[in-house]
Design a protein around this ligand. Structure first.
Ligand code: ACO
Length: 403
């Protein structure tokens, strides 16, 4: 319908790249991925080393400031984050507006956006100090909101943060403590959760991070931008994949049914995909999936869960897919979501919380990317073009004459 050459003449040449598979939208010095090698670096440091030796708040410092902190810088950073963990008491009333069976991600989209109203003093993005306060507030308060979303969804009272605990332990306590019982944080589970947070902290220009950058490019306040990121993360092709992967493993049920599901995944007429397999950038094993698999074993062993049928199905499915010509040819390997669902389920989180935990971890990546964009002098409002394929120009017909 449309004369493309005329369109180009009018607009100048531009690339047509659905899904931005080969378009860089920005320069960034935060995260590097080599998808062919299966390498992931935060500020140059391999994810394996950070997950093994570091903790999540150290990773947050690294992503925000570009260097690992000294002991004094780390202590100061931990203190500053900890000081902000409480949310305004009125937030509780905001929560009461949600139906009691609301999906915790729906509550997150709303409550993170609502932070713009509660903390409007740090929405002035022109002030570097305010930008940092907003960043601290989000890293500190989003776990509190996430735990509140969980408690609300199961009808239990909210648990206030206890700031002598580390980040992951505090989160576990806010999720699982109940007023009438003593709650002791299990250090193995806390360490595992901390590692899961490190693995999810940033992943360059994925869909939700690009959403945060695009929202922020118009000058929107940081809380609104991160709420946009949370909304994007919710999709099953992105952060919702761990929930979908676990559901798939449960549906498969036993190893003898794996070939049936693998055959479905290969069938072009069946929309079914092996959830937790494949990645836009990794055409090799996702390095986070390897660490996640190890963490799964540690958690199950700590909890005394032997012969978990889901783990059995997952490991067998992985082996079958890795040998299958279709998956080999298309370079489809397990991604981080393949094992994370099993681990989070064993820890006691319902599937509806999986993406919420991802959002808690990714908050720092979103903020670091948002700050980098705001502080980049070449930053312009994001405004993709399109190839128009609709009707050519035509005249309006009054409704009485439309038949
Ligand atoms: N199962 C079966 N086939 C698959 C799968 C899969 N999981 N993933 C990709 N393919 C096939 C596609 O059908 C396509 O085949 P074709 O070339 O014959 O048409 C080919 O592999 C390429 O797939 P695309 O969808 O074009 O790849 P894209 O880069 O756009 O998608 C994605 C990547 C969305 C992750 C995809 O692999 C997928 O849907 N995986 C399952 C969902 C999932 O695990 N998402 C988590 C991503 S990681 C994260 O967000 C933390």
């Amino acid at each position: 319908v449309v004369d493309i050459s005329k369109l180009y003449a009018q607009t100048g040449a531009f690339t047509y790249d659905p899904g931005f598979t080969s378009t860089a939208s920005c320069e960034s010095s935060i995260t590097y991925i080599d998808g062919d090698e299966g390498t992931l670096l935060y500020r140059g440091f391999p994810i394996e080393q950070l997950a093994e030796h570091g903790d999540f708040l150290e990773t947050c410092y690294l992503l925000l400031y570009g260097e690992l902190p000294t002991a004094a810088q780390k202590a100061d950073f931990d203190y500053r984050v900890t000081r902000h963990t409480m949310v305004h008491e009125q937030m509780q009333r905001f929560f009461m507006g949600f139906r009691r069976d609301a999906h915790p991600m729906a509550i997150m989209v709303g409550s993170v956006g609502a932070m713009s109203a509660f903390y409007h003093d740090s929405t002035d993005i022109s002030d570097a100090q305010q930008r940092m306060i907003a960043s601290m507030r989000m890293i500190a308060k989003i776990p509190t909101l996430a735990a509140m979303a969980f408690k609300y969804s199961i009808g239990q009272p909210f648990v206030y943060p206890k700031n002598e605990l580390d980040y992951a332990s505090n989160f576990l306590r806010m999720c699982f403590a109940v007023p009438c019982e003593e709650y002791q944080v299990n250090p193995i589970l806390s360490r595992a959760l901390d590692r899961i947070f490190i693995l999810h902290a940033d992943h360059e220009q994925n869909a939700s991070t690009s959403t945060v950058r695009l929202a922020g490019s118009s000058g929107a306040n940081p809380f609104a931008c991160i709420a946009a990121g949370v909304a994007c993360l919710w999709g099953p092709a992105h952060g919702g994949a761990n929930e979908a992967a676990l559901k798939m493993l449960e549906e498969i049920g036993t190893p003898d049914r794996i070939p049936e599901f693998v055959a479905r995944a290969k069938d072009k007429n069946d929309p079914f995909r092996l959830m937790g397999f494949g990645h836009r950038v990794y055409k090799n094993y996702d390095p986070r999936a390897k660490i996640m698999q190890k963490t799964t074993h540690e958690v199950l062993s700590e909890l005394g869960i032997k012969d978990d049928p889901l783990l059995e199905v997952a490991m067998e499915l992985e082996q079958i897919a890795l040998r299958d010509e279709y998956f080999v040819e298309k370079k489809l390997y397990p991604n981080i979501d393949f094992y994370s669902g099993i681990t989070l389920k064993a820890m006691g989180f319902p599937t509806t919380m999986f993406t919420v935990l991802f959002a808690v971890a990714r908050t720092v990546g979103w903020i670091a990317q948002w700050k980098e964009m705001i502080e980049d002098p070449s930053q312009r409002i994001g405004r993709p073009r399109q190839l128009y394929v609709g009707e050519p120009k035509r005249d309006y017909t009054p409704i009485a004459q439309r038949g």
